[in-house]
Design a protein around this ligand. Structure first.
Ligand code: GLC
Length: 742
C-alpha cells in the first residue's frame, strides 16, 4: 500500500507541486533532480533529430519520438522548427510527461536562417565585427520566430588548410580575427546582455582544434602541441566564452590520441576549471559512440561513461546516454552525482531561457509570419554580402564597369545558378530566394546594356567541350566579359575536403578559351575555400572573390561590379599558389634557415615561391590608400605596460572608400620561438577621396603575452617589432623593447 501511495505521489503530485512553486531556479532544479528517475535524467541529456526540414513542410517527427517525449526520454530536438510543431511537442513535454520539463530546440543557424547570409568565411572577409553581429542578430530573430531556442554556431575552428571543406564555415587562419568574429557572433545570437529578446543560445563549436585535421582531410587525426592548441586553436573559444556563450559543442576529432568528446582535460580542466564555463556541452552528431571507432573504448556503454565523466553533458543523436546511463549508475560505474551535474547544467539553461516560466514563448505563429524573410532581412543580407566581397585584382582599372557599357557577356556555370550561392550550411535557405548574378547584373545595368549569357560548361564537367563555341561567340560581341566560376556548395562544408584546389572540372579551359578572345575579362569567384589560380591571376584583368554570398548574391556582386559599393573586403585566409604549398599562412615561424632566394639551403621549395598568391589581410579597393608617420608612444615599456601605435592613412585616390588598417607584432626572441607576425589589431575606417585620418591602436600586455616555456601566459622582456599596413605583407615597421622591471 505504502509503495503504491509513494509512487502515486512521485508520479503525479510531486511534479505539479514542484512546478507550482516559485522557488529560485537552483532550488527548483534541486527539487526536479530529486524527483527524477535515472531514466528521466538520461532523457534530459538526450537530443534527437526531427529530420531535415524546410520552412515549407513540418518536421518529420515520428510517432515514436512523440511517445519518447511523453515518457521523458527527450531533453532536446534538433532540426525541428515551425511554431506549430514546436508547440505540439512542447505541449506533450510540459503537460503529458511526468516531470513537465520543457524541450530545447536546436538548429544549425550558421549564416542566416531563411534569409541566407554570406558563409562565415565571407563574413570574416568584411573584417567588420559590427556588421557580423548585426547579421547574426537578424538570423537570431528569424530563427526564434520559427521556434528555435539554440543555434549550433558560431563555428570557431581556426582553418589553415584550404583542402578542409569546413574552412567555409570558419573565420579563417588567424586567432585574433577569429576571436573578434567569435565575440560578434555570440553577441549577435544572444544579445548584448546574454539572452535578449528573440535571442538564441550560441554554441561555441567544435571544441577543439577540428580544423587542424591532418591533410585537411575531414574528421582526420589532429596531433598538435599544447602550445599550438593554446595559442592558435583555443583563443576564439575563450573569446566566445567571455562574450557569454551558453553552450559548447565537443568536436569529432581526437587531439593527440584523445577524442575531444571524451577529453576531461579539455572539457573540464580547461573549459570549466580554468575558464569558469557554467553552461553545458553538447556532443557533435554521434561523436559519443564514435569513440568506439576512434579506438579509445570498446563499447558504447564505455563511450557513454567516458563522455559524461569528461564533461559532455548532452548526447546529440547518439542514443547512448538514454540507453546506458541508468545502468552505469546502478552498477556503480559512474556516480549519480556526475549525471545530476550534467542535468543541472541543462536545466539551468532552460530556466535562463525562460522556458519554465513560459514553455511556448518561442512558438508564435504571428512572429513566424511577420518576422521571417522580409524586406529588412533581405536588405541586411545584401549589405553584409557587399561588405564580404574581396577585390583581388583590377588591372587597367577595368572595374567598376561604366554604367553606359553597351554589351556584357556573362559566362560560366555559376552565372545564373540559384542553388550554390546559398553555400554549404543553409538548412532553411531556399534556392527560389536567391538573386542570381545574371539577375543582379540585368537589374543594375542600364536598360540600353545588352547582357549575353552563356553557361559555357558545368561546374564539374570532366569531358572538355570542343570549343566552347557559344561562350567565345558571346565574348566576341561584348565590351567586357564577366565570368562566374568556382565550386558547387557541396565541395566545401562538412565532408567537403578536396585534394586539389584548382577550379573544378573544365572551368579553367573555359576561362582560357574566353580570355583568348582578347576582351577585358572580370573573373568572379564563387567558392567555399581559397583556390589555386595562377593562370587566372596572370591573365584575367580583374578578379573578385565573392565566396557564397547567400540570397542576395547577384545584387551584391552587381553593386560591386558597377561601383554602387566600393569593395572593402580583406582575405581572412592566405591563397596558396599550389596545393603543394599547403599549409601556407602568414603567422608562420621563421625557422633557423628562413627563406632566402639566393641561398639554396634555406627553408623553401625549389619550384614555387614561399609567399602565397594572395596574403592574409589582402584586398583592393577602387581607390588607393597610403600609410605614413607610424609612431609609437614609447620605445621602452615594462611587462605590464602598454604602447600606443599611431599612423596616418590617406585616401590617395579619387573615390571614397573603406580601408582595414591592420596592426601586427613580432616578438623577436621569446622563451619559445615566435611567429614572424601576429595580428594584434585592425580598424575598418571610411575615408573620403583625399582625406587623411590618424589611426590609433593600443598594445596591451594581453596582446604581447605568449604561452611560454613554463606553459603559462606571460609577457617576456625583449624586442618587439610593430607592423602597420593594408595587409599582412605590406607594412610600415617600427619597434620597442619590453624591459625587466627592476
Ligand atoms: C554536424 C556538424 C555540426 C552540426 C551538427 C548538427 O555533423 O559537425 O557542426 O552542428 O552535426 O547538425
Amino acid at each position: 500500500m505504502k509503495t503504491l501511495l509513494t509512487s502515486l505521489v512521485l508520479a503525479f503530485i510531486a511534479p505539479l507541486f514542484i512546478l507550482a512553486q516559485t522557488k529560485p531556479p537552483e532550488q527548483h532544479i534541486d527539487s526536479l533532480i530529486a524527483s527524477m528517475t535515472l531514466e528521466e535524467k538520461a532523457g534530459q541529456l538526450s537530443q534527437f533529430s526531427g529530420g531535415w526540414t524546410n520552412m515549407s513542410t513540418n518536421s518529420t517527427v515520428t510517432a515514436e519520438q512523440r511517445a519518447m517525449v511523453k515518457e521523458g526520454k527527450v531533453g532536446s530536438f534538433l532540426n525541428v522548427f515551425g511554431s506549430e510543431i514546436t508547440r505540439e511537442l512542447q505541449r506533450i513535454a510540459v503537460e503529458d510527461s511526468r516531470m513537465r520539463i520543457p524541450l530545447l530546440y536546436g538548429f544549425d543557424v550558421i549564416h542566416g536562417f531563411r534569409t541566407t547570409f554570406p558563409i562565415p568565411l565571407a563574413e570574416a572577409s568584411s573584417w567588420d565585427p559590427e556588421a557580423v553581429e548585426k547579421a547574426e542578430r537578424t538570423a537570431a530573430v528569424e530563427a526564434a520566430a520559427a521556434g528555435i531556442h539554440w543555434t549550433f554556431a558560431p563555428m570557431l575552428d581556426i582553418a589553415r588548410d584550404p583542402r578542409w571543406g569546413r574552412i567555409a564555415e570558419s573565420s579563417g587562419e588567424d586567432p585574433y580575427l577569429g576571436s573578434a568574429m567569435a565575440r560578434a557572433r555570440v553577441k549577435g545570437f544572444q544579445g548584448e546582455n546574454g539572452l535578449a529578446d528573440n535571442a538564441v543560445l550560441a554554441c561555441a563549436k567544435h571544441f577543439a582544434a577540428y580544423g587542424a585535421a591532418e591533410g585537411g582531410r575531414e574528421y582526420n587525426t589532429v596531433d598538435i602541441s599544447e602550445r599550438s592548441l593554446r595559442e592558435t586553436y583555443l583563443p576564439p573559444f575563450k573569446a566566445a566564452l567571455d562574450a557569454g556563450a551558453v553552450t559548447f559543442m565537443s568536436s569529432f576529432n581526437e587531439i593527440a590520441g584523445v577524442p575531444s568528446t571524451g577529453n576531461r582535460a579539455l572539457l573540464t580542466g580547461i573549459l570549466r576549471d580554468e575558464w569558469g564555463f557554467k553552461g553545458f556541452v553538447v556532443s557533435d552528431w554521434t561523436s559519443i559512440p564514435e569513440m568506439r571507432a576512434h579506438g579509445i573504448v570498446a563499447t558504447d556503454e564505455e563511450a557513454g561513461a567516458l563522455a559524461v565523466t569528461a564533461g559532455t553533458d548532452m548526447d546529440m543523436v547518439g542514443g547512448v546516454y538514454l540507453q546506458y546511463l541508468p545502468a552505469l549508475v546502478r552498477e556503480g560505474r559512474i556516480p549519480v552525482q556526475t549525471v545530476d551535474e550534467a542535468v543541472r547544467r541543462v536545466l539551468r539553461v532552460k530556466f535562463r531561457l525562460g522556458l519554465f516560466e513560459n514553455p511556448y514563448r518561442y512558438c508564435d505563429a504571428e512572429k513566424e509570419r511577420s518576422l521571417i524573410y522580409t524586406d529588412a532581412t533581405r536588405a541586411a543580407a545584401r549589405a553584409m554580402a557587399r561588405r564580404s566581397i574581396v577585390l583581388l585584382k583590377n588591372g587597367k582599372n577595368v572595374l567598376p564597369l561604366n554604367k553606359d557599357i553597351r554589351t556584357i557577356a556573362l559566362i560560366g556555370p555559376l552565372s545564373d545558378d540559384r542553388d550554390n550561392p546559398l553555400g554549404p550550411w543553409a538548412q532553411a535557405g531556399r534556392p527560389s530566394d536567391v538573386v542570381t548574378v545574371l539577375e543582379g547584373i540585368k537589374a543594375a545595368a542600364a536598360h540600353s546594356c545588352k547582357v549575353i549569357y552563356a553557361r559555357g560548361c558545368g561546374i564539374t564537367d570532366s569531358l572538355p567541350a570542343k570549343d566552347f563555341y557559344e561562350s567565345v561567340r558571346a565574348a566576341k560581341q561584348a565590351d567586357v566579359v564577366i565570368m562566374v566560376l568556382g565550386e558547387s556548395l557541396n565541395m566545401s562544408g562538412e565532408a567537403g575536403s578536396r585534394s586539389n584546389l584548382d577550379l573544378p572540372g573544365n572551368q579553367e579551359n573555359l576561362l582560357e578559351a574566353v580570355c583568348a578572345v582578347g576582351k577585358p575579362v572580370v573573373l568572379v569567384l564563387m567558392n567555399g575555400r581559397p583556390l589555386t589560380l595562377p593562370w587566372a591571376a596572370d591573365h584575367c584583368d580583374a578578379i573578385v572573390e565573392s565566396w557564397f554570398l547567400g540570397v542576395q548574391s547577384g545584387n551584391a556582386i552587381a553593386d560591386v561590379l558597377f561601383g554602387e559599393y566600393n569593395p572593402s573586403g580583406k582575405l581572412p585566409v592566405s591563397f596558396p599558389r599550389t596545393v603543394g604549398q599547403v599549409p601556407v599562412y602568414y603567422n608562420h615561424k621563421n625557422t633557423g634557415r628562413p627563406t632566402n632566394d639566393s641561398n639554396r639551403f634555406t627553408s623553401k621549395y625549389i619550384d614555387v615561391p614561399n609567399t602565397p598568391l594572395y596574403p592574409f589581410g589582402y584586398g583592393l579597393s577602387y581607390t588607393t590608400f597610403s600609410y605614413k608617420d607610424l609612431a609609437l608612444s614609447s620605445k621602452k615599456i615594462t611587462a605590464d605596460g602598454s604602447v600606443s601605435v599611431t599612423v596616418n592613412v590617406t585616401n590617395s585616390g579619387h573615390r571614397d572608400g573603406e580601408e582595414v588598417v591592420q596592426l601586427y607584432i613580432r616578438d623577436v626572441a621569446g622563451s619559445v620561438t615566435r611567429p614572424v607576425k601576429e595580428l594584434r589589431g585592425f580598424k575598418k575606417i571610411s575615408l573620403k577621396a583625399g582625406e587623411t585620418k590618424r589611426v590609433e591602436f593600443a598594445l596591451e600586455p594581453d596582446d604581447l603575452a605568449i604561452w611560454n616555456r613554463e606553459m603559462k601566459w606571460a609577457v617576456e622582456p625583449g624586442s618587439f617589432r610593430v607592423f602597420v599596413g593594408t595587409n599582412s605583407a605590406d607594412n610600415l615597421e617600427d619597434g620597442f623593447e619590453v624591459v625587466q622591471r627592476h
